[in-house]
Design a protein around this ligand. Sequence first.
Ligand code: S3P
Length: 450
Amino acid sequence: MTGHAAAPRPLQSRRTGALSGRVRVPGDKSISHRAFLFGGLAAGRTRVTGLLEGEDVIATGRAMRQMGARIEREGEAWIIDGVGNGALLEPDGVLDFGNAGTGSRLTMGLVGPYDFTTTFVGDASLSRRPMGRVLDPLRQMGVQVLARSKDRLPLSIRGPRVAAPIEYRVPMASAQVKSAVLLAGLNTPGVTTVIEPIMTRDHTERMLDGFGAKVSVETDASGTRIIRLEGQGELKGVPDFVVPGDPSSAAFLVVAALLVPGSDVVIENALMNPTRTGLIETLREMGASIEAVNPRLSGGEEVADLHVRHSALRGVTVPASRAPSMIDEYPVLAVAAAFAEGETLMQGLDELRVKESDRLAAVAAGLKANGVVHEEGEDWLRVTGRPDGSGLGGGRVETHLDHRIAMSFLIMGLASQHPVSVDDATMIATSFPEFEGLIATLGGELQPAE
Ligand code: S3P
């Protein structure tokens, strides 16, 4: 069963004593999706450890199985026997991606050039999200799209007999769009080129290289990246692929430790790829004590343990240029800002409008419900903090099927004067099934709500 079919489960958090201890964050969601996609496509066997077993990632694994990959869990590891590049099978039935934007969009790219029909469905949240950003470049490559409501799920795509390589300039800062075009290039003759004026997470480029694809990246004087992929080459399984811990999940625990007085916490195994560390940079500017200790390499990526101590925060202006490296972290940053001295201004947030929910509106509504002074603009948010949390909380937050809205406001309730409840915690399982357990391990209190 996918998460969207479950009955809503309201949950509440309340002010807690100091958080303490060591916890390990689960695998990175972006990298876990790609491990199933690339392992399922590559010839031979890929063995993955540290995979995030969230519902979103499992949906991607299921889709790859439906297209011929063998995927089994063996003890701690996932064993994937891939089909070989160019050899995906027509799926047996529709591909149901539940809540997962990354899984659905990257898979559209992957199967786009295949001369068969693939049908994509998802939950109410995913069915509202724009797919044109991926379908437009695919159309340029010759892919046909059939959708009842314009470029929204449910929809079907069918590739041409032979797809045409394109040069595509990504019009918004989106790793999903970049990745979808590159993945379409895998089964297209010739060189597919993606021009990326604003750098976004680079897991696709790094991992394609690791799986043996012929991919090159050039950065010009203005910082624009030009990524070239030679189509129809061989991809080979990776015998020992390690997924580093998810910095976007670590973010909730980091903010919890910063906000709850007396806290002293170590969060192990956080990915430190510079395209993902914008929140840490911002929190440090706000006065946060976050030390990255024991830096090391894991699966070709830098990871570290984050030693976080309760800190007095002050408001800052977060530049729009930082948005790509912390795009999923604005909801929890808004919660941190609610406890900072003065104002925090976040700019360049237009992409938040098309996440699992309209995250800018959902955050603003949650702040309002919990007594936080704020102002919402078209693509910005200003939050005025209350360092001791007095008067904050007491609200019930509508999560709109958005896991990060649920987790962010549950973190707020650990430090606010009054408890905070969310209307539904089930979606947390899409990205961070261990969330409630880890909060409890650190000493936080979450309990069922009305
Ligand atoms: C992701 C890219 C981002 C991010 C999402 C994961 C990825 O989305 O918000 O959670 O794995 O490529 P966009 O590409 O829409 O910015």
